[in-house]
Design a protein around this ligand. Structure first.
Ligand code: GLN
Length: 466
């Protein structure tokens, strides 16, 4: 019997739950490939009696874990075992949680399909011929497949929310600064946030209670008190103003997804929320701006992987060759594309035309959100323009792949919090997700509305047949 929620797992006790999860991983992970590292011998039971006592949590492989290899699913970090825990991992352990395994991802979190991993793609538990979404595809697939109680992912441009939607689970990208990034291998430092991927909204709140908060080791983490997020559950949505941004319901949006999200709006209205249409006029620039600013930050962050300090080192004659060979052999194709693009947009002569301009448009996108939140408390949108696509379908066409992020990326540009949660299934049985977006540091409003909808619809009761 699978114990999928944090409360059930805690009641079951660490021993039994770890045993049954281990059994499940043995049964299905050769097909799903959600884990890049899973070794029951490595699992250290936490002895702490905190709020997560006995609860196993799986962690995306770009989050540093003492004693566990942390590779970002890249060959260049092969064999790298960090000497320290990321702050979120430290907090999990202090709360009594047990680190259960490291989850597969797109290499360095570059991707929307979990296919660029050096360890092979993760597959969608609902249809093994389809992608789980990316980049936190391993974390979302593990939770959906019953191979994890809960997991951490990271979201730079949709990487928690897209896989959560594709796998039919709940994924929260917190406000930029809500959760410490210390020990998260940096991709786009002004975008990256760690967040929970869980079966239920309550589990998401329980994890946020533990991982959120100020950290003096991350100067961008906000020094604000952390509320008890579970208090927001059960408040209902009476009087809550929910906006549907017109720019998110456009040509190209899959009709079944549109129907599902509009139906969710009707359900909210029935429960007492006020629904109105709003505008986010600069949305159409978000993919272009993101793929300038985020790759610029990525190219700079990836400079440190040179074969000297971390992981893989190529055979070499001299220092220059060592750098060249290590980076040539260590990075995959998409990582190289980002490094080249990022270096280009930052280079003298192009900086003003691309990077600087991108930053200016980013400000306009952020202002769109500020204005929309003068009118409403929450925004309701689709997560992805399409249901989960087939493996290989978009891999050779980067632009089409990047367009999968069209509804998630502006949230990271603005730094606001957003959650993806299940909103039904397509006729062919694939999960559909919807997105709730709130004002900065108003995760509570998201939890409040997400929980109300979840309790009304109970999509989480359905599980993939593996
Ligand atoms: N798909 C986006 C990208 O490839 C998102 C990545 C992320 O959020 N880590 O950049």
């Amino acid at each position: 019997m699978l114990k999928e929620s944090i409360r059930l797992a805690a009641r079951e006790g660490a021993e039994r739950i770890i045993e049954s999860l281990t059994q499940r991983v043995r049964e299905v992970d050769s097909r799903v490939n959600a884990y890049v590292q899973f070794d029951p011998k490595k699992i250290q039971r936490s002895q702490t009696k905190g709020p997560l006592a006995g609860v196993p949590v799986s962690v995306k492989d770009n989050i540093c874990t003492r004693g566990w290899e942390t590779t970002c699913a890249s060959k260049i970090l092969e064999g790298f075992i960090p000497p320290y825990d990321a702050t979120v991992v430290e907090k999990l352990r202090q709360a009594g949680a047990t680190i259960f395994g490291k989850c597969n991802m797109d290499e360095f979190a570059f991707g929307s399909s979990c296919e660029t991993s050096a360890y092979g793609p993760t597959r969608n538990p609902w249809d093994l011929n389809r992608v789980p979404g990316g980049s936190s595809g391993g974390s979302a697939a593990a939770v959906a497949a019953g191979e994890a109680v809960a997991a951490l992912g990271s979201d730079t441009g949709g990487s928690i929310r897209l896989p959560a939607a594709f796998c039919g689970v709940v994924g929260l990208k917190p406000t930029y600064g809500r959760v410490s990034r210390y020990g998260l291998v940096a991709f786009g430092s002004s975008f990256d946030q760690i967040g929970p991927i869980t079966k239920t909204v309550e589990d998401s709140a329980l994890l946020m209670n533990v991982i959120a908060g100020h950290d003096e080791r991350d100067s961008t983490s906000a020094d604000l008190p952390v509320p008890d997020y579970t208090k927001a559950l059960g408040r209902g949505v009476k009087g809550l103003r929910i906006g549907l941004p017109r720019e998110f319901f456009v040509k190209g949006l899959d009709p079944e997804i549109e129907k599902s999200v509009r139906e969710a709006a009707r359900i909210y209205q029935k429960m007492g929320a006020v629904i109105k249409e709003v505008n986010l006029p600069h949305t159409k620039y978000s993919v272009a701006v993101y793929y300038i600013v985020a790759v610029a930050e990525a190219s700079s962050n990836l400079g440190r992987f040179d074969g000297v300090q971390y992981g893989f080192r190529a055979a070499h004659g001299n220092l220059r060759d060592l750098y060249f060979e290590t980076r040539d052999q260590g990075f995959g194709e998409e990582a190289k594309r980002r490094i080249l693009l990022g270096t280009f947009v930052l280079s003298a002569g192009y900086y003003e035309a691309y990077y600087l301009k991108g930053q200016k448009v980013r400000t306009l996108i952020r202002e769109d959100y500020t204005k929309a939140f003068d009118e409403v408390d929450l925004l309701l949108t689709p997560v992805s323009p399409t249901p989960p696509f087939k493996l290989g379908e978009k891999l050779t066409d980067p632009l089409t792949m990047y367009l999968s992020d069209i509804f998630t990326i502006s949230v990271n540009l603005a730094g606001v919090p957003a959650m993806a949660l299940p909103s039904g299934f397509t006729k062919s049985g694939l999960p559909i997700g919807m997105q709730l977006i709130a004002r900065p540091f108003q995760e509570e409003t998201i939890f409040q509305a997400a929980h109300a909808y979840e309790q009304e619809t109970k999509w989480f009761k359905q599980n993939p047949k593996l």
